[in-house]
Each structure stands twice: as C-alpha cells, then as structure tokens.
Design a protein around this ligand. Structure first.
Ligand code: PLP
Length: 472
C-alpha cells in the first residue's frame, strides 16, 4: 500500500521556503563580490552530479548544500553590477515574488475555462503595458487586435510570420502546406536578430527567401533598398509576405525607420512586425518613448521583452497585434477534449490560439506584482538612470585617444573600438572581462570588431561605470 510520500503539506512547504530563503537572500546579496563569469571547465559541473535520480527522498539541506557547492560556481552573474554583456536579463525581486505566487497556483492558461484569472489578468497586463509605453490604440484591449504574453521574442516573430504567411496565402499554407508557401519572401535588415532567420526556416518560407536589406551609415534599415527589393521580387512573380523592423538592433541598438518601412509594406500588403525586444522598455520613459514607438500605429504586430531590461523574471515577451484574426486563424485548432461552452459562446480569449504551444504559464502574475510594487514611474526612472550611465561611457570614449565609438550610442548601449584595429579591440574586451568584475561582449559592424557595453542591470551604479572607464 502506498504511503503517499510524494505529498507535501502547506506546513512542510513553508518550512522548505524558509530554508531556501536563506540561500536566496545570501545569493542576491553577494553579486558584487563574485566573479561575473563562471570559471568552470566544460563537464566539470556534470561530473559532480549523479547519473541517475535518487529513488528515495533526500533532506532539503542536502539539496541546498549542492546548490551552493555544485550549481552556484557554475552560475553566470547576470545580476551583477558589472553585467554589461549581451543585454540585461533582470529578475526584479518584485517579479520573482509574482512568479512564486504563480507557481503555487499551478495554473494552465491554455483556455479561458482552464484559468479565467490567468487569461483576464494577462489581457489587462498587456493593456497596462500598452498605456504605460504609449503604444497606439490599435493594440488596445477590447478592439480587433490585442496583446498576449509569449515566452520569447523568437516565439513572437515565429507566430507573426505564420500569421503573415497565412494572410498572404489565404490560409492555404496552413491547410495544404508544401507548394502554398512557394514564392513567399520575408525581409529584415542585415542587423536584424538571428531569430528571424530561424523563424522563416521553421514556418516554411525558407531561409533562402529572407532578404537581408542593407543599412545606412548608422545601421538602420535602408527603406529605399527595401522598396527596391520588394519591387524586384514582385516583378519576378514572388510574393512579399512579412517584413521585420528592429527597434534596437542586437549589435548596436540601431532603430529602423519604422514609419518609412511601413509605407513600403503598405504598398505591397506586407505584414510589418516590429522587434523591440530590448529597446521596448525605454518607452516607459517619456524622454525616450517617441523614438521607440514611432510608427507603431502602422505595424501589424509589435513585440518587446520585459524579461530583458524591465525586470520581469525570464521568460516574458509582450506581443501586440493590430488585428488578431490572422494569428488566431493560423493557430486555432479545436480538439474535442478542449471544447467548452465559454469558447463556443465566443465570449472569451483562449490564448492557446495565439502561439505555438498549448499549455502556458501564468506569466501575467509577475508583471502584475512588479508593476504594482515597483510602479511605472520607478521603472521609467531606471531607464533614465541607465541611459545617463551610458552617456558617461560615451563621453569617456569620445575623450580617449585610443578609443572611438563604433556606432552612435543607443539608449543604454555603447559600442566602441580601439583605433588600432580588431586585435587591439579584442585586447580591450579581454582586459575588461579578465578580473571578473565586468562582463562585456562584442559585435561586428562593417566587418570590424566592436565591444558592446550594454548597461541595464538593476544593481549597476555610477561607481561601477567609473571603474569601467578606469579599466578601459
Ligand atoms: N530580437 C532582438 C533585437 C534581440 O536582441 C534578441 C535577443 O537578444 C531577440 C530578438 C531574441 O530574444 P529572445 O531570447 O526573447 O527570443
């Protein structure tokens, strides 16, 4: 007879939380004193882990000991004040609290019926974010468009490409597949994120049919070149389908001219998706909003990641659509075991129809707790503060004899290089990274190496930036 040893009482959970909390608080507090990069050899962590799972229960103390001794040394400190690599990935404590509450509720938000609270809080959080960021009314709750939380920007662009593909083929791509995708073409700039290339491959447009449009001298998509590429494709009997404009490119944060691109897309009935994965957060700040949301009213879809700069613990990616129908038409399926009266009455949102997967996490909770506990004004203030820190780095580079800006500073991202060439720039990157206080990564602009300083970790302060300048 089973002893039901798998069950846990709320009291046992509370005792476990108390024990784990000790580790969590210590971990959160020591980001400044640890090396930012994990100094381990490949396989070193795995070698300390048993090959098979335990058959019998182990005490939590043993688990927490191994978290500290085996896992912790292999963790990269994205939360460190010296974190300036790639982009920030902040997990604000208020959002962690929200995530914990969401985990306890164990919701599955695939249908309204499977979790009315998960569905309705999500819809309202997208509306809160839309208003806080000054995004246009075409994305509003209650209209023909609306918002959804995706796991990542990669999933968001894939979903929008599928919708765009079906809009052009009148659903034939989903119904029939194969030849229905013939002749479809997508567009993005040479500086656009690699997730677009992945998505065109997955959705059947094909990687060879993604046109990488050249950029101007500050790495923004050249709208005239886009117009010419589309004109040529149409003349050749091809079918332009979707264009992705980037607001804040991964390399140097360039902001594509969305309004001009929208004009070109409109001429050919092409779906315009805006990828503002990192820079979107800056729209919270009135000072930076206009450059981030410019042209958004003319986009079919618009996406940003609160899990980057804004502080929502990974994962959380907000996607808005001006018209949700093409996405839902492409993603909707109706298996008998999910049928229910609310769906059939057509009165509710079933978010399973807004992306690839069926099951979905209760991500809105962490946004709700973050927005209520921290407040929009404080998050806007954080953006302004990080931009002001980036201005310090920018000025330092401008005044330095051996360094130069590799691109204009974009918000809190500075790209720089050594005037002596790539080998010297690599030496600068290595020296900044080597003592373990700072993490910075690179990009390539015009075939030349550049070092990226992506400021935005919640803990970064002015003395960290002064120390970075000193190091540079
Ligand atoms: N788009 C841009 C501009 C990015 O910089 C990134 C990642 O850094 C992505 C998309 C992909 O984001 P995700 O990891 O959420 O798929």
């Amino acid at each position: 007879m089973s002893d039901r040893s798998w069950r846990r009482s709320p009291e046992a959970f509370a005792a476990g939380v108390e024990q784990a909390l000790e580790w969590m608080v210590r971990y959160m507090g020591d980001a400044e004193t640890r090396s930012v990069w994990a100094e381990r050899e490949p396989g070193e962590i795995a070698s300390k882990l048993p090959r098979v799972a335990p058959a019998d229960p182990e005490p939590l103390e043993d688990v927490l000991r191994d978290v500290q001794q085996i896992i912790e040394p292999g963790l990269v400190r994205w939360d460190a004040p010296g974190w300036m690599a790639w982009f920030p990935s902040n997990a604000h404590p208020d959002s962690i609290l929200g995530d914990l509450l969401a985990s306890v509720t164990a919701q599955q938000g695939m249908l309204w019926t499977s979790s009315p609270a998960c569905t309705e809080l999500e819809t309202r959080m997208l509306e809160w974010m839309r208003c806080a960021m000054g995004l246009p009314a075409c994305f509003a709750e209650g209209g023909i468009g609306g918002g959804v939380i995706q796991d990542t920007a990669s999933s968001a662009v894939l979903a929008c490409l599928v919708a765009a593909r079906d809009r052009v083929t009148d659903g034939a791509a989903t119904r029939a597949g194969g030849d229905a995708c013939g002749g479809l073409v997508a567009y993005a700039s040479v500086e656009a994120h690699s997730s677009i290339l992945k998505a065109v491959g997955i959705c059947g447009i094909g990687r060879a049919n993604l046109r990488l449009i050249p950029t101007d001298d500050v790495y923004r998509m050249d709208a005239a070149a886009l117009a010419e590429a589309m004109r040529r494709d149409v003349a050749a009997g091809l079918r332009p389908c979707c264009c992705v404009a980037t607001v804040g490119t991964t390399g140097c944060g360039a902001i594509d001219p969305v309004s001009e691109i929208a004009e070109v897309c409109r001429l050919h009935g092409v779906w315009l998706h805006v990828d503002a994965a990192w820079a979107g957060t800056a729209a919270l700040s009135a000072t930076h909003r206009d450059m981030v949301v410019a042209g958004a009213a003319r986009a079919d879809s618009w996406n940003f990641n609160p899990h980057k700069w804004m502080g929502a613990a990974f994962d959380c990616s907000c996607l808005w659509l001006a018209d949700r129908r093409p996405l839902i038409d492409a993603m909707s399926i109706d298996p008998v075991y999910l049928r229910n009266s609310a769906t059939e009455a057509g009165e509710v949102i079933d978010y399973r129809d807004w992306h690839v997967q069926l099951g979905r996490r209760f991500r809105a909770m962490k946004l709700w707790v973050l927005l209520r506990r921290t407040g929009v004004s404080a998050l806007a203030d954080m953006v302004g503060f990080h931009v002001s820190l980036a201005e310090i780095v920018e000025r330092h580079v401008q005044q330095h004899d051996c360094l130069e800006l590799a691109a204009p500073r974009s918000l809190a991202l500075v790209c720089l290089r050594h005037v002596g060439g790539d080998a010297e720039t690599q030496r600068v990157i290595d020296r900044v990274n080597s003592p373990g206080r700072f993490a910075a990564t690179h990009c390539v602009l015009d075939d030349r190496l550049a070092m990226r300083v992506a400021i935005g970790a919640i803990s970064t302060d002015q003395d960290d930036i002064e120390a970075l300048c000193e190091r540079l």
